[in-house]
Design a protein around this ligand. Structure first.
Ligand code: NI
Length: 211
């Protein structure tokens, strides 16, 4: 029943609007997260694509400082995750590597990049070991909690430690999307979790031929 008082009615309407907005945010977060279980298509997950991306300053698996600026003129294929991820992250990183292999020489214009959302455990040494399982050109990045947080924020990446898990043996809930950034550093497109390597290679080939 609607309240008779116009003020109460207005307040009710605003509260209703806020509730709908909150539901939408929760729905988008739910659709784009990686609970390390069955893949969900997130094709509709990104809105405001132009707002995805930005500067980062991080440390690679060899201990060297790396920034986004050094990749101008090349493409960046970026994935955020963590090395202790049981299956989703390794699957996505393997897909990125396979797609680049399918491209052959053309793929060399694309820099595959992994950025951790778990800098606490993903040290330089840990990244070096983990990287051995993937594409030889894969750049693995970590940094201080602040540096990682800034990079994740620039890419609109959500991550959170899953509560209730062990203090050291915990899982991370995180956005699982592969981003393709152009030679100017700007967002071009994204690949939802579970994209087959053949499809990723096909899209990359189109983008590379057009730039
Ligand atoms: Ni993961």
């Amino acid at each position: 029943m609607l309240p008779k008082n116009p003020l109460a009615r207005a307040v009710g309407l605003v509260a209703f609007g806020l509730a709908i907005g909150l539901l939408a945010v929760v729905a988008v977060t739910f659709l784009t997260r990686d609970r390390d279980r069955v893949a969900t298509s997130v094709d509709k997950g990104i809105t405001g694509a132009a707002l995805v991306g930005g500067p980062f300053a991080l440390v690679d698996q060899h201990g060297a400082t790396r920034t986004d600026a050094e990749f101008r003129g090349r493409f960046m294929l970026i994935y955020f995750g963590y090395t202790y991820c049981p299956d989703v992250c390794p699957t996505e990183l393997a897909t990125m590597g396979r797609a680049l292999d399918l491209l052959g020489d053309a793929g060399e214009r694309v820099q595959p990049i992994f950025i951790t959302v778990d800098p606490e455990r993903d040290t330089v040494e840990q990244l070096a070991i983990y990287g051995e399982s993937f594409h030889p050109r894969l750049l693995l990045l970590t940094g201080s909690a602040e540096q990682v947080k800034a990079a994740a924020a620039a890419y609109r990446v959500y991550s959170a430690r899953i509560e209730g898990s062990d203090a050291t043996d915990y899982l991370m809930d995180h956005t699982s999307i592969v981003y393709l950034m152009g030679p100017d550093g700007r967002f071009l497109t994204h690949f939802p979790q579970g994209t087959p390597p053949e499809r990723m290679a096909e899209v990359l080939r189109e983008r590379l031929s057009g730039a």
